[in-house]
Design a protein around this ligand. Structure first.
Ligand code: FAD
Ligand code: SF4
Length: 473
């Protein structure tokens, strides 16, 4: 009889809503062995093609069954320098697990029976971290004469830096913020990605010789031309999509209407929940409404409900979304966790206006009810306002989480760097080369908002082209 998937333990809900500790626990050795034993070692392992960086999933799972965890670790690290991190944040249900033979044909995301590849990856990554396993830099001096600048330290920049440094290329990462990690640090909360894991995996790049310079905005402090003049042979741009979109409705500039980016950055990067020990504050309300249905909205809501609980405010945090739950782009697990933690879901709602008090602070949101119409260009059914359905809800903090776009600091100061109508950097998707010779790009700055592993997949592809380019010099 087919064995059941091994489930994971989670921090008890009544406790976790009052802290920022990790929610999802990892497998024990016994659990990892049991889950790995479910893999049937397919002749044609579809799971591998479902992984944007091509990890040899079948092989690392086999290594687990043989209790050779070090070999499993090195198998993953051949393709991915960040197993502990990806094992925690990758939407495996849409990627490797969806491709697994145990997912029923035609399912939009992985079936429950699909092998829990991400939990196994996390187990192996954590084993490597806890046992001091590390990959070595190649000693072939073919590459050590080259210098490459990487702009941005999100998953794309870090991945590209790691790929190049492993072969011995000298890499410097320039990051605009005072800390590295991009969205991994300022967007994804520590209860999903603990900071010791992130720090460890970024430090593993430093061990490969990667130099990291923070507080360094390329396009302001230095230009692309400056970097070439300083002797960098090639440049990789991993600028991300850091500019929030807004609704464009009346009242959006009232006090306590936050973009999700600002709200999450205040808490995740600047530790506002520990104000005044840390300098940055954040306002918490009695009726917090998050507008959106993606990962950013779920993270904002789960942070908001924690802050209400931690401050002794009766929790009232609502996700307000214009379609239904089915169309929400957030990971299913995040939706489930948000619900368990007490986040309310109000769907088929379109915000029309924020209404303020006499001091200019938001106090209500006026909205309309919607119904689903015909599919739009995204393939999802379009929300259509029901005439005369207007209503008001209490709202003393609103958080807008409806999408992110490209930041123009670098592109606006680099006239020969071609961009598209969304201000994303244009690339040749076969090589990830931009309109400037020797400048490559990847991650959210070329594809719009995506996933960590997609950003890494593009960065990996770019690193292959960078090697070719360096050899052509
Ligand atoms: P980023 O992570 O945005 O990094 C770009 C970096 O470049 C930033 O550090 C920025 O400061 C820096 N930078 C920009 N311009 C300059 C400049 N001119 N000079 C120097 N530095 C510069 N994906 C998942 O797979 N799983 C998840 O669970 C998930 N959750 C998410 C939650 C939130 C709240 C958000 C916002 C996104 C989430 N995503 C998730 C998406 C994922 O995080 C992104 O797709 C990914 O981080 C993109 O990587 P990147 O390297 O392209 O950009
Ligand atoms: Fe194992 Fe699933 Fe990959 Fe087959 S597709 S090798 S069962 S993880």
């Amino acid at each position: 009889m087919k064995k059941k998937p091994v489930s994971i333990k989670e921090q008890e809900c009544s406790l976790r809503v009052k802290n920022f500790g990790e929610v999802v626990g990892g497998y024990t050795e016994q659990e990892a062995l049991e889950e790995a034993a479910r893999c049937i070692q397919c002749k044609d392992p579809r799971c591998i093609s479902g992984c944007p960086v091509g990890i040899n999933i079948k092989e690392f799972i086999k290594c687990i069954t043989q209790k050779d965890y070090a070999k499993a670790y090195y198998t993953i690290r051949e393709k991915n320098n960040f197993p502990s991190m990806c094992g925690r944040v990758c939407p495996a249900e849409y990627q490797c697990r969806r491709a697994c033979v145990f997912t029923k044909k035609g399912e939009p995301f992985a079936s429950a029976e699909a092998i829990n590849i991400h939990f196994l990856e996390r187990f192996v990554g954590d084993y490597g971290r806890e046992n001091g396993l590390d990959v070595k830099v190649a000693t072939d001096d073919k590459w050590s004469k080259f210098k490459v600048a990487v702009v941005g330290s999100g998953p794309a920049g870090l991945c590209c830096a790691g790929e190049l440094a492993r072969k011995g290329v000298k890499v410097t990462v320039f990051e605009g913020l005072h800390k590295t990690g991009g969205v991994l640090r300022y967007g994804i909360p520590p209860f999903r990605l603990p900071r010791n894991i992130l720090d460890f995996e970024i430090d593993s790049l430093k061990k490969l010789g990667v130099e990291i310079k923070t507080d360094y905005i390329i396009g302001k402090v230095k230009s692309i031309d400056d970097l070439f003049s300083e002797g960098y042979n090639a440049i990789f741009l991993g600028l991300g999509a850091g500019i929030p979109s807004f609704l464009g409705i009346p009242g959006e500039n009232l006090c306590n209407v936050y973009s999700a980016n600002e709200f999450l950055t205040r808490v995740n990067l600047m530790q506002a929940h520990e104000f005044p020990e840390y300098h940055t504050p954040v306002n918490i309300g009695k009726h917090m409404i998050i507008i959106g249905g993606g990962n950013t909205a779920m993270d904002s809501a789960r942070v908001a409900i924690r802050l209400q609980n931690m401050k002794g405010i009766t929790p009232d945090t609502t996700i307000s979304y214009r379609r239904t739950e089915v169309e929400m782009p957030a990971r299913r697990l995040e939706i489930e966790h948000a619900k368990e933690e007490g986040v309310k879901f109000d769907t088929l709602v379109k915000p029309e206006e924020f209404i303020g008090d006499e001091k200019g602070f938001v106090k209500k949101m006026r909205c309309s009810r919607c119904e689903l119409g015909e599919p739009d260009s995204s393939g999802r059914r379009r929300p259509v306002v029901i005439p005369g359905s207007s209503f008001e809800v209490d709202c003393d903090i609103a958080i807008i989480a409806i999408g992110l776009g490209a930041n123009k600091i670098l592109t606006s100061t680099t006239p020969n760097l071609e961009t598209d109508k969304y201000n994303d950097v244009k690339v040749n998707f076969d090589t990830m080369e931009t309109s400037i010779k020797g400048v490559f790009a990847g991650g959210d700055i070329v594809g719009g908002e995506g996933t960590v592993i997609d950003a890494m997949g593009m960065a990996k592809k770019a690193s292959v082209s960078i090697f070719d380019y360096l050899l052509s010099l």
